[in-house]
Ligand binder design. Sequence first.
Ligand code: PEP
Length: 262
Amino acid sequence: MRRLLVAGNWKMNGSLSFTAELISGVAARASHAAGQNPPNYDILVCPPAPYLGLAVEQSNSQSVSIAVGAQNVSSHLKGAFTGETSLPMIADLGCEYVLLGHSERREYYQESDVLVAEKFSACRSFDSSLVPVLCVGESLEEREAGKTEIVVARQIQAVLGKVGIAGFKGAVIAYEPVWAIGTGKTASPEEAQLVHEFIRNLLRDHDAKVAEEIQLLYGGSVKPDNAEQLFAQTDIDGGLIGGASLDVESFAGICEAAQKLA
Ligand code: PEP
C-alpha cells in the first residue's frame, strides 16, 4: 500500500517569519486532524533555498513529522558555479527531498530533459536517501495536439536512459500538466488518473515492483475542495501543491483530505 504524500512548492515566496509560522501552523492542524496517532500520510514543504535550514529546524521541533525539500539543485557537486546550490549543501541542511525539472525551471531557465536527467542521476549517486521528485507534464498546446503521453514518456525516458529503472526505486514523480499550474484549471480526476496510469504502466514495462511502489503525485491547482477526489484515484498518491501551499488553512485542508483517505 503506497502512502499519500502532500508536498508544498512555495516557489519564490516566503520569509523567515512565514517559514516558521507556516510549518508550525500546518503541523498543529495535521496533528489535530490525526488525533492520537501520527498522520497516516507524509507532508513535505519545499521553501526557497535561503529558508531551508530554518525550515528543517522548525520541522524538527514539531510533534508531527514534516519533511523539507529543495526546489532545485545543481547537477554539479561543487565548484565554480556561481549562484547554484549543491546536493551536499541541501543534504547538509537536513533536506530529504529535491524537486527536479519543475515546468518553471524547464520553461524559464531552459532546463532540458538531458539536464534534468543529469540532476536526477547526480542525486541518486550522491545520496540514495535524498528523494528526487521528478516533475513532468505537457503544455496546453501539446495536450490539444494529443501529445500528452508522448511528452510525458519523453521526459521520463530521458531519466530512465541515464539511471535505469533502478534509479526510480524510492523516487517520486509529479505529473503536472503545465496548463493547470497556477491557472485555477485542474485536470479532472479522471483525466489525471489516465496519465498517472500511463506513467505507472510505462515504469511497469521495466520493473513491476518499482512501478507498484513509486509515489505518483498530481500537481496543478490542487485545492482543499478538489484534493480528496484527485487523491482517491487509483494511481494518484498525493499532490504537489503550489499556490495553496502558501496558506495554512488551504494546505492543512489538503492534508486533511489525505488523512481521510489514507
Ligand atoms: C506547482 O507549481 O507545482 C503547482 C502545482 O502550482 P499550483 O498548485 O499553484 O497550480
